[in-house]
Design a protein. Structure first.
Length: 425
């Protein structure tokens, strides 16, 4: 079948890697794609948010399955657009509608959802311009640290952890009155700070049935030892050493099942991925946040561990038949190390020529922020440039392999963390 994959990052290259391994895939189109997806598929230089032209492309190219990687097209109603068209609605579509995507698109919606369905999470209150004075009074007396979250999408930057009440007052005012994160922070969720160790669990739903995918832990801070600024993710490991069968059973019973049941009760037909960001405190799980898609760089360690035919899995999800598919997973450990541009997560240069690909071995290289220049060279085109993923019989073996190959890729200003998985090694 012909398949359309939406997105352009390392997550989408990992999807393309799995999709093209399947005999079920005839042609894979990636919109807009990157230099890595171009090696596996046909990149389509269309704007994924131009739903009219995306729909026309699908009909013109006999697309039989659509998989959406990033959150923005989902939050903006791509599935709803396709569902409203007599021809387009026939195409199985992986990704929730606008209402389901509010799990990520609105922090207030997701917190209210968790509260309603008894899903463990941090205590919270939501404030807007109309209730700013109440919000200021609330954060003045809040226990520390206090977490402020922009309600809407803020490209991963809308979360602040304030260490003093004065800082919380200042930041809350800046978010609401000065639109520090644009319209995303016109509404702000104020949360208690959850301590513990973070991890992520991923669920694939067909609207009725679900499959639990491998757990992963990513490393958000730019500096080694989890120091410095937050990033989109500097690396990841899967499985997570402390997420044993007993812990994951608690996650399924207390979080996954109530989430799936709650979506049904809200009459939200949710088809696609649910990324559940979790805090593990003394073996007890709480939800930090939901996302309506797979994570990045977690996808780069989760998808390679799936041994089932990936296209069969996706098609079953899109057609409501996930219960008919057996999910087979590798017992090996996967570790990904993210190579980034100098200056990231601040301003960074683009167009730096990359070399050394042919020197690497026994790793999968997932392109994130790359493209080809007019000379046909692969150059940097983003803050996060390349994810190096390796397998091993244990975490140390996999990490050692990824670090060795990360060293072989060369470009001016390359940086990567040399301690991914450090707390388990």
């Amino acid at each position: 079948m012909n398949i359309l994959l939406i997105g352009s990052g390392g997550r989408e290259h990992a999807f393309a890697y799995k999709i093209t391994q399947s005999a079920q895939c005839n042609k894979l189109f990636v919109m807009p794609g990157n230099a890595g997806t171009a090696q596996l598929a046909i990149n389509v230089p269309l704007d994924p948010l131009d739903f009219t032209n995306v729909g026309k492309f699908c009909l013109d190219n006999d697309v039989k399955l659509i998989i959406v990687g990033p959150e923005e097209p989902l939050v903006k109603g791509m599935r709803d657009y396709f569902g409203a068209d007599d021809h387009l609605k026939q195409i199985p579509f992986i990704g929730p509608g606008e209402k389901g995507a509010q799990l990520e698109g609105s922090k207030d919606f997701s917190k209210a959802f968790m509260k309603k369905y008894g899903i463990p999470t941090a205590a919270y209150e939501t404030f807007t311009a109309d209730t700013l004075q109440a919000g200021i009074a609330y954060v003045k007396s809040h226990s520390l640290p206090v977490v402020l979250k922009a309600d809407g999408l803020a490209a991963g930057k809308g979360v602040l952890i304030c260490q003093s009440n004065e800082e919380a007052v200042s930041e809350l005012t800046a978010m609401i009155n000065e639109q520090k994160f644009g319209v995303a922070s016109s509404k702000v969720v104020v949360e208690e700070f959850l301590s513990g160790i973070e991890l992520s669990v991923f669920v694939l739903s067909d609207g009725t049935n679900y499959k639990v995918l491998p757990s992963a832990k990513d490393y958000k801070r730019i500096g080694e030892g989890d120091t410095g600024l937050n990033t989109g993710g500097m690396g990841a490991v899967s499985p997570v050493p402390f997420a044993d069968a007993a812990f994951l059973q608690k996650v399924e019973e207390r979080i996954i099942k109530p989430t799936i049941d709650g979506l049904k009760k809200e009459e939200i037909h949710y088809v696609g991925f649910i990324f559940i960001g979790l805090m593990n405190k003394d073996g007890e799980p709480s939800v930090i946040e939901y996302n309506c898609r797979m994570g990045d760089p977690e996808t780069e360690v989760v998808l390679p561990r799936i041994e089932s035919d990936f296209v069969e899995l996706m098609f079953a999800a899109g057609t409501g038949k996930l219960n008919e598919i057996e999910l087979k997973l590798s017992n090996q450990t996967a570790v990904t190390v993210m190579l980034v541009s100098e200056g990231y997560p601040g301003d960074y240069p683009k167009g730096k020529v990359m070399t050394g690909f042919e020197q690497t071995s026994n790793s999968i290289l997932f392109h994130a922020g790359t493209q080809k220049n007019e000379k046909g060279e692969i150059v940097t085109n983003g803050g996060r440039v390349l994810a190096v993923t390796s397998f091993g019989n244990n975490l140390k073996e996999a990490a050692t392999q990824s670090f060795a190959n990360a060293e072989k890729i060369q470009y001016e200003g390359k940086y990567y963390r040399k301690d991914i998985g450090y707390e388990f090694l």
